[in-house]
Design a protein around this ligand. Structure first.
Ligand code: PLP
Length: 417
């Protein structure tokens, strides 16, 4: 019998068709009792590996032949599992990876990933610089002092490093202000320990239907480069230029330059509704959990902490083994809808740390162990991270990143959308 193994951070490998058939032939109780990994747990995340590869191929269709794709896999691959996502995107045609922190980069190297890895976040400590050099990661540099610390630390070991310079063109986050970029670029060019692999910037409003600020930022980027004697069109300089996140990658091929840095789109979500017709993306993450108890409650019975739901009539209630510590926003309490047996079911009462309750009055024969789809597709119904984000007033990025390491991730390849 096939037994899914718990691999890195509980990422179970994708099941092939034979394995799926084998599993489907087991009785439900055998499946539940046999193994504690992946889909046998109270709740889990399914990662559609085929959808990741599909999304990379779709994005690459937008790119000119020489333009590279850097997949952003920070925050544990936006909650999807950075190591597995990285392996799949690289196989599917991405040639760079981006993470936010040094440990995120080391995790990928320890998993045997050899592609170039850009660290998007700030690095100032000498210890971090040594780790970066040891693990062959590529840092972002965005201020004079930082460049000098890097050069000094590297010169002690007679080492050099590929670095990426970040220019702030209007995000007002990390980056040398664009007006000061010329001097900064020239300084780094004068330091033999630092090889400039790329110069980049980041958009603040690329997902807005009004592109004015995006173009203004782009113009500032070009002006800063020109002042330093550089231009993206000139391939002789051996420096890459990049500025496009998912939204800009979808919106404008003129912003692709030497490489694009999509994050959200890799995971199958669109940064904004007006960009939806650009390519066909498939959501990668599905979140599922099992019914752990079913019981009747009488009219007037309060449900969960604070009794924020009181049964208006006699009801059938189901308890489900997933809660806010797993990544379900507590703000969805009393508003969350889930899918069971291809039909919408309403969640009731406060969502608790590990469990939540449903009104299953319309499914009188519901059994313990049945699968509840919280995010994803069941039958004709789809619940997306955008639905949750709209309900609680946040963005899909935050919903995805909310799924950290408590839930096992199971690789599947379903092509369900
Ligand atoms: C510098 C940088 N580039 C690219 C991305 C990817 O952005 P998105 O997920 O919108 O594609 C991010 C994400 O926040 C980022 O910080």
């Amino acid at each position: 019998m096939f037994i899914p193994t718990k691999s890195h951070r509980q990422y179970s490998p994708a099941l092939d068709n034979d394995q799926l058939t084998e599993l489907s032939e087991l009785s439900e109780s055998d499946r539940l009792s046999a193994i504690d990994g992946g889909i046998y747990q109270r709740a889990w995340i399914e990662i559609d590996e085929g959808a990741i590869a599909h999304n990379i191929r779709e994005l690459k269709k937008l790119l000119a032949p020489g333009t590279e794709l850097m997949a952003v896999v920070k925050a544990d691959g936006y909650g999807h599992g950075a190591v597995r996502v990285s392996q799949i995107v690289l196989e599917a045609g991405a040639s760079w990876l981006a993470v936010a922190t040094v440990p995120e980069g080391i995790e990928l190297r320890q998993a045997g990933i050899q592609a170039p890895i850009l660290i998007l976040g700030a690095i100032n400590q000498a210890e971090q610089i040594e780790a970066i050099a040891y693990w062959q990661l590529q840092p972002t540099i965005c201020q004079r002092e930082q460049a000098l610390i890097f050069a000094k630390t590297l010169s002690r070991n007679n080492a050099s490093l590929s670095v990426h310079l970040k220019i702030d063109t209007g995000m007002s986050r990390l980056g040398i202000p664009w007006q000061e970029a010329e001097e900064f670029i020239k300084l780094v060019q004068s330091l033999p320990q630092l090889n400039i692999a790329s110069i980049y910037s980041h958009f603040a409003t690329a997902d807005s239907p009004d592109p004015t600020i995006m173009w203004e930022q782009n113009q500032r980027f070009l002006t800063a480069l020109k002042n330093a004697g550089l231009e993206p069109e000139n391939d002789q300089q051996n420096i890459r230029f990049h500025i496009a996140n998912s939204a800009a990658t979808l919106a404008e091929s003129a912003l692709h330059y030497d490489l694009v840095r999509p994050g959200l789109a890799v995971y199958g979500l669109y940064p904004a509704p007006h960009l939806q017709d650009k390519v066909n993306l498939q959501p990668v993450m599905q979140v599922k959990a099992r019914v752990t108890q079913v019981k009747n409650i009488k009219a007037g019975t309060g449900v969960s902490y604070g009794h924020r739901f009181v049964a208006p009539q006699n009801m059938l209630l189901a308890v489900v083994g997933i809660g806010y510590a797993d990544g379900i926003p507590r703000l969805l309490s009393n508003q969350l809808q889930v899918i069971i047996r291809g039909q919408i079911v309403q969640q009731i009462g406060s969502i608790t740390m590990d469990q939540l309750m449903l009104d299953v009055t319309n499914i009188p024969d519901l059994q313990v162990g049945e699968i509840v789809t919280l995010l994803g597709k069941d039958g004709d119904l789809i619940i997306s991270a955008d639905d949750w984000a709209n309900t609680v007033g946040t963005i899909s990025w935050e919903i995805l990143c909310g799924f950290k390491h408590r839930l096992p991730r199971v690789g599947v390849s379903t092509n369900i959308y």
